[in-house]
Structures are given as C-alpha cells and as structure tokens.
Design a protein around this ligand. Sequence first.
Ligand code: HPA
Length: 232
Amino acid sequence: MSTHIEAKNGEIAATVLLPGDPMRARWIAENFLDHATCYNNVRGMLGYTGTYKGKQVSVQGTGMGIPSALIYCHELINDYGVKNLIRLGTAGSYQKDIKIRDIVIALAASTTSGINKQHFQNAQYAPTANVDLFLKACLYAKNNNIPVKAGNVLSTDEFYEEDPDSYKKWANYGVLCVEMETAGIYSIAAKYHVKALAILTISDSLVTGERTTADEREMTFKKMVEIALGTI
Ligand code: HPA
C-alpha cells in the first residue's frame, strides 16, 4: 500500500477516473463498471476497480483542491504505475455563453495556486491536457452528439474568493470556468510523463448566479462519464 491508498500491487488499472467526491467514485463504479471492487477506504477516499467493455478501469476520489488531488495522483502514478488520469469534476462558469449543465473539456489550466511557482520560480509553466486524450474526448463527444466546449480553465485554491468580481479579469482573457484541481493534475502528469485530461460540468455560473440541482448534476455527470469511458 501507499501512504493514502491501501490497494495491493496490481489492484489499480492503468487508467483512473478522478472525481473529487468519493461518493461519486462509488456511484460511477456501481453504475458504469462491471465487477467493481473497492480497493481503498483510507480517510473514506473511496477507490474502485472494475471493467468497462472488458477493459480494466479504476475510479478514485481525490478530495477538493490541488494539494489533495496531488497526493492521490502522486501515489497512483509512482506507487501503482497509473498512466492515464481523467478528472471528472464540476466548475463555475466565467462566460455568458457557458451555461449551467454545459460540459467543458480543459485544453489548458491557468491557476492562482502556488504549486508551480515553487517549481519554476520566476517563470510560469503552462499546464495543458494530453493532446491524445483531448482529441479522443472531443471526437467521441462529436460522434455521439454530446455538445462540449473546450478551452482554458482556471484552477483556484479558494472556492470563496476575496473579490467576487475577480473572475472578470480571467473572463476577459477567454478563461471558460473555474474549478480547483486541473492545473495540479496536468502539471504532475507532465512531470511523470503520463497522460491527463479534465472533463468538467458547469454546476454554477458566476455570471448569472444560477446553480444546478442535485438531479441535474447527476444527469450531466452521466454524460461526462460516458465521454471519459468512450475516450479510453
Ligand atoms: N469555484 C471553484 N470551484 C468550483 C466552483 C466555483 O465557483 N464551482 C464548482 N467548482
């Protein structure tokens, strides 16, 4: 086992879906995977491995925010040999034409987090999606008539921002939405030469103040899981 995951060697697949919420990990395992078994319950951060169309897939909760997500990604990559990380999360819209329930595929992730400042000091690293996973996800969505938007997203360290208007600056530069993990996941994937992609559903809008209901979130979550499983 690793520090935060109690799976034995070989119990985690090369491809792992990464919802923030561990209860979503259980929901994905129960609703989309065959023969799913739970391999992790340390800190309640549930992880399951099962099969999809005969192929082994795992799903692991990451918790909220870059520091928590990096713990799980680090151990998945370095202790369990994981090669493909696909985040499935929610985000807040920064643009008028990105509506609640829309799906956004993160081409790149800007960030207010300090993670890469420590690594690159006076320079700025640009965390991006793996191009192979990105193209496959866009193509799957197109072929299956699932509308998606793609572009730059923002990964913040604070859900409750000091300045409620701070999003406007990012919106002016074309950033589509805000969440709290992708820049970290793209950076650690690049560092260890594995592939990563984030697929996000818009749960709320900073532009209009609208929010999705729990039922709506479940519906759009289904579409995201479908794109992720279609991608792999
Ligand atoms: N901010 C940060 N993360 C989020 C948000 C938000 O408004 N909505 C969903 N995830």
